[in-house]
Design a protein around this ligand. Structure first.
Ligand code: CAA
Length: 674
């Protein structure tokens, strides 16, 4: 058995290097692929490194069993799925290889020369590097088209961010495959243009340089600057502490000196850092929980200096054209767990951000004031940081909802971001069809944003929100071009309702917890069309059961009851794109939803055990289903929005929403049936 994805069978993954990061990369592969039958092989020439790497990941797996993250039999299977060996020949037959050796160009080239003899010409070869451009690493390869760079972040088995850097010779299909493959195994891949250090490291290393500059100018000690940096940049630990923890001084010193030539002359290795590398010393940093006093005037100066550097570097990255605003914002927040730069500038105001950057660049003329920042500030508009990404795949536009921290939940901003894309698609004769999907491998869309709804106090606010979401999501239904939902994971509440606005729905086979209308858990009824479209698609009995009990269904059950049109093994997005094209060309004709009043409306719904749920909310749900079905879909939706708002007149609405906000999704609300 092997994992087959986008026509490629991945039976064996190789990881070269059992040093700092290789074992963690192998751990991520084995935990996400062992069930699918993909073996993982870690190769290193040093037996000692192999033993250490194996010990390290086995310890992490055992810890996972203790915390309940892994089941004992799963943990055993993960361990036996990964082999540590000094025999390079064991890489023969590998379908994907990640080289994670030392950051040394001649060494990496030597490894790839050897690797090319061992693996088939179809195998994908990647180099995990933090700086080196793919063109330089793969220069001597005969098959450059299947090679690209990746950059994992610490800790590689848990940090979801990963930079994917294709070189000028990398095949588009290989890049697409690697991007989708990583997303399918739970990573957040970001495609970055080829430049020294890619997107993240110039910022990570540049912030150490900016911090050293503060110390050199006498604004504070390393302890004080570290403390202010973590405060103003939202870092868990400051740049000095981070470098101590990761032993990162030598690589940053090398990176910064290369960046002088390769990025801009502000980047340089300062003497203070050179000395630390030569002596092997650590920075003096705050002890755990130590309170470090910083005089307010110094705090302000350090903050301005660091923010000036941070904003300047991020905007310069946009000028270089290697990453988009939205990608860099999310990438930095995820990879480095710090305040996302463009959202941060939006909150300080762009005039203020420009002032900080100009002041910084006056002091350090090697750093240019980015054109992108000057233009944005002059426009008077904030940076566009979108929760929706739109990409053209030939004649099909793929819209991805991307709010990974909220499992792609829908708020008004998602639709504000989506609407301009839909308007362009409508007018674009080259685009024949659309696919809508969710980011990541866990959720399509986990519903409307509960935290936003919990802030409402009046029925009109609830009704207005539901109507806004209904109108926005109906744009998909009324686009005039086929729209297929690639339901890559959980489709709950507004997520399932969004999918039902599409012409057809495609889902992965075998997902146990897949689709549902869980609103009654929250003291709500579905408000984005669930009480109207669900009965029209799956019939009254099934719809009433799903809405009134909140019980989710599996993807196989969703297929059986007609909620999804097709189940897919492998990449749902790929099949959804094909299906969208088939519908546009008239080769597939999915049944369309009835938009008029239904003729088979029962007088009442079947008796059902609603468990602990609110009887008051159940009555509203039943009314919405039965009255709406006798109306046109459009009027039924308006009726549903009104009744959705009516939920705010009950005590159970407050109880349900507060329970979620205060205790999380798994807590059961104590409804009072009023
Ligand atoms: N809105 C806002 N945030 C959401 C969300 C939603 N619909 N669903 C999940 N999240 C957030 C969680 O609050 C959590 O955030 P924090 O890390 O900040 O706490 C994060 O996403 C991850 O969620 P969990 O930790 O709960 O992840 P899990 O894997 O344990 O569970 C889940 C996943 C089963 C989807 C669970 O989160 C869940 O049940 N969510 C609620 C789903 C729901 O009720 N949807 C219907 C919303 S109402 C609606 O859609 C009304 C309408 O018709 C208009």
């Amino acid at each position: 058995m092997a994992f087959t994805f986008r026509g490629r069978s991945i039976g064996k993954v190789g990881v070269i290097g059992s040093g700092q990061i290789g074992p963690d990369i192998a751990l991520h592969f084995t935990k996400s692929l062992y069930r699918l039958g993909t073996q993982v092989v870690v190769v290193d020439i040093a037996e000692e490194a192999l033993a250490k790497g194996k010990g390290k990941i086995f310890k992490k797996i055992d810890k996972g069993v203790e915390t309940g993250a892994f089941k004992p039999d799963g943990a055993d299977a993960m361990k036996s799925n990964v082999t540590f060996t000094s025999d390079y020949d064991q890489l023969s037959g590998a379908d994907l290889v990640v080289e994670a050796a030392t950051e040394d160009l001649p060494l990496k080239r030597r490894i790839f020369r050897q690797l090319e003899q061992l693996v088939s010409p179809q195998a994908v070869m990647t180099s995990n590097s933090s700086h080196l451009e793919p063109e330089r690493i793969f220069e001597e390869l005969a098959h450059k088209e299947r090679a690209l760079c990746t950059h994992y972040f610490f800790p590689a088995e848990r940090n979801p961010a990963i930079e994917i850097i294709p070189g000028k010779d990398t095949g588009q299909q290989i890049t697409d495959f690697v991007m989708r493959f990583y997303e399918a195994i739970g990573k957040m891949p970001f495609k970055i243009g080829s430049r020294y250090g890619y997107a993240v490291d110039p910022i990570f290393e540049g912030l150490l340089l900016a911090s050293i500059q503060c110390v050199d100018k006498g604004l504070g000690t390393t302890k004080q600057v570290d403390t202010v940096a973590s405060r103003c940049l939202g870092l868990t630990v400051g740049p000095f502490t981070a470098h101590n923890l990761a032993g990162g001084n030598p690589i940053t010193a090398h990176g910064l000196s290369e960046m002088t030539e390769r990025i801009n002359p502000w980047f340089r290795c300062p003497d203070r850092l050179k000395k630390m590398v030569e002596t092997g010393q650590m920075w003096e940093t705050p002890a755990r929980k130590e309170t470090v006093e910083v005089p307010p005037d110094k705090e302000k100066e350090i903050t301005n200096e660091l923010l000036g550097a941070y904003f300047a570097m991020c905007c310069d990255m946009l000028d270089a054209g290697i990453v988009t605003t939205s990608d860099l914002d999310l990438l930095i927040a995820t990879a480095l767990d710090m305040k996302p730069p463009f959202s941060y500038m939006n909150s300080t105001g762009l005039d203020k951000a420009l002032e900080l950057v100009e002041s910084f660049c006056r002091k350090y003329p090697g750093m240019p004031v980015a054109k992108s920042l000057k233009e944005r500030a002059a426009s008077g508009k904030p940076w566009l940081v979108e929760d929706v990404v739109c990409e053209k795949k030939g004649d099909v536009a793929v819209i991805t909802i991307r709010r990974p921290k909220a499992l792609n939940a829908l708020n008004s901003k998602v639709f504000e971001d989506m609407t301009p894309y839909l308007e362009d698609i409508k007018k674009d004769p080259q685009i024949k069809a659309v696919v809508v999907t969710g980011y990541g491998n866990k959720a399509f869309v986990a519903g409307a944003d509960i935290k936003q709804m919990a802030s409402f106090t009046k029925p009109e606010e609830g009704a207005g929100f539901a109507r806004l979401l209904q109108i926005s999501s109906s744009q998909l239904e009324n686009l005039g071009k086929p729209v297929v939902a690639a339901m890559n994971g959980l489709a709950l509440g507004g997520g399932n309702e969004l999918a039902m606005c599409c012409t057809a729905r495609v889902a992965p086979k075998g997902i146990k917890l897949f689709a549902g209308q869980p609103e009654v858990n929250l003291g709500l009824i579905p408000g984005m069309g669930g009480t109207q479209r669900l009965p029209r698609i799956v019939g009254f009995e099934k719809a009433s059961e799903m809405i009134r009990t909140a019980n989710p269904i599996s993807s196989d059950e969703a297929f059986k009851c007609g909620l999804v049109n097709e189940l897919v093994d492998g990449d749902v997005l790929e099949r959804a794109i094909e299906l969208a094209r088939e519908i546009a060309e008239g080769k597939a004709k999915p049944k369309l939803i009835e938009k008029g009043p239904l003729s088979n409306v029962p007088d009442s719904l079947p008796d059902i055990d609603i468990g602990h749920h609110s009887k008051a909310i159940d009555a509203i749900a039943v009314e919405s289903i039965l009255t709406g079905a006798k109306m046109s879909l459009d009027d039924g939706l308006k009726n549903e929005a009104r009744l959705f708002g009516h939920c705010w007149t009950t005590q159970d609405n407050r109880i349900g929403l507060q329970t979620f906000v205060e205790k999380g999704a798994k807590a059961k609300a104590d409804f009072v049936h009023k």
